[in-house]
Design a binder for this molecule. Sequence first.
Ligand code: BGC
Length: 739
Amino acid sequence: MKQEDLNSLLNDLSLTEKVGQLIQLSGEFFQSKDISFGPIQKLGIPDKLVDLSGSIMNVTGAAETQKLQKQQMAKQPHHIPVLFMADVIYGFKTIFPVPIGLGATWNPKLIKQAFMVAANEAAVSGNQVCFAPMVDVTHDPRWGRTLESPGEDPYLNSCFAKAIVEGLQEQLSSKKGQAACVKHYAAYGAVESGREYNLADMSISNLFQNYLPPYRAAVESGCKMVMASLNTLNGVPATANKWLLTDILKKQWGFNGVIISDYASVYELIKHGFAADNEDAAYKALNAGIDIDMKSPVYANGLQELVENGKLSINKIDDACMRILQLKNDMGLFENPFFGASKKEEAKYNLNPANRKLAREVADEAIVLLKNEQHVLPLSSTEKVALIGPYSNEKSLIGMWAVHGDPNDCITIRSALSTALGNNLSYAQGTDITRDKKMLAGLGFLDSAQIDQIVSDDEIEKQHHQAAIAVAKKADIVVLAVGENTFESGEAGSKTNLHLPQNQINLIKDIHNLGKKIVLVIISGRPLVLTDIVQDVDAIVESWFPGTEGGNAIADVLLGKVSPSGKLSMTFPITEGQEPLYYSQLSTGRPQKGSQHTGRFVSRYIDAPNEPLFPFGYGLGYADIQYRDVQLEHSSISKSDSLHLSVELVNDSPWEQKETVQVYFHDNVASIVQPVKRLVAFKKVTLPTQANKKVTFSIPATDFGFFDNHGQKILEEGSFQIFVGSNVNDVITKTFRIV
Ligand code: BGC
């Protein structure tokens, strides 16, 4: 539609139609009168506005979306198509590893390809906007949504934000892409104590330096939408935060797309005690910059009166409505309201072998080898392997937020290993994933019959344990597949205990006591506390929730079809009491090493080390890559120069190895105290067997700057340290000056 036609469409709309465009409801409102009755009553949205609502969330399927689109367009006086939006956070039908695993690939190029596939799958199934990328920086694995984030580092998350937006939107014009909606703006990952929906409070410098960059990277990559977060930031809910949504996002960063609230968060302004009632909440959210009210009754019940009573200018509504119409028009919906929906393509494209192949490749790279004592891995084909543990034969490998995926499409570890090992593989379940009925009941959506399906009765549990011990005794090596229950991470999965469940720990200890070599395969959505079992096992393979091809990828690593190359994008603590534990902490006046004070009076715990169990950037391969000869081209650079540096990598092993070279720095003296180390660049390279490789970097001096407490980026002259290595701790140090 031409711009002038779009303008006259807006002029023709009644106020109610305009308000309708600003409302997003979920599928149950539209699919059948019976189902919709409850929620409509509960939300109290007038039928008229249900009919006029401008977008629908989490309804997918080519046939279903086409049917709904026809139905809704017929109800709208101006036949405006609805936008279909859905959570496609790490895959649609072909599920990739959860984002904390995607982060561990350190391979944004590969992740871009993954999101091109995810977008195409969602598009043929009728979806148009993805609620992704989720790029909240988080320092605290107690927060369940750690699963959804690429990790703890703003630079790494920014690289992924760019890759994901590009991947989703690249094929938008051919209707094989999706409009991206970056979330959750802003600083949702900083919720206090890692508790879901909690507050975030921080200095402006910290916000600009550590939390805003990934959202900004998404916006600069052309992201069409932004979702506001559920938390307050320095006391103001993000949903009604004019400073965040208008001053920074729109005015400073130039974002002119659509801003959507998160689920019910406009209504929650009342719960926060930030708004008195629907009208007040509607006024505050719209005025701050929220265009679409997701799944709350507030815009539906508040906006019209506000305009009619002269409390809100119609221009504000027009402005928001126009942005939504503009997005629909940019996506060609007025010409083709079904977008990429095609039953034929859906059947052919989704989960096709090429998509699965890519999911396997991504999962291969997401796996992090944390320990490999005496090179116990890879397994040799002549060894008798016992595969034990509740995740051995489990299809639930996709994690909580793959809402459109199906665990039944997953390859289990058992099926992947048995293809390769045949009679050399034996199996026993050993124990349940969790036996914590109280925790499962506390989730609030499982009834007792469902809980009994998850937790076996005591007699069966005993039999599982005995069978596992018998199977282990006959084996040369035991692969123990353990981990978190799907519901333990993801949204509203905050936890204070990050250990493996006690029943799994008991199993590990009992098998260890048999004197068997143990390879521990972990399925989790967050860093766990592995301190109490790390000494009992010979190898640890952190696999996250690895996705549809998870079993094959784990087998690839265990059998040495690929050498693992994943590196942690989040620190693994020794104990939960250290949290939030992250590598880029600010220098303290009393560091544990190098303080003038001794003994008690330094920054430390008296009952635990400061150090993590496994640091940021850490991960082993089957080849041990040596770093040497770090060279800086110049020992001092000007503010407009770049720092050129090189490092030589040596692979003297028989393995081809992918290695992520990481570059960190420290600003020795600054007007705001700076982190002990900060990631500034990285490169993932492939080293053939018995080969050396020179890896070079060119880092603009401005990248060594920081944000002050007015949100301004500054670059100060002075001396800096630069660290090059395979993780944040194993580094070669050099110094340079900015003059
Ligand atoms: C989550 C969002 C999600 C939305 C829609 C909310 O509960 O916080 O991440 O996009 O639901 O499903």
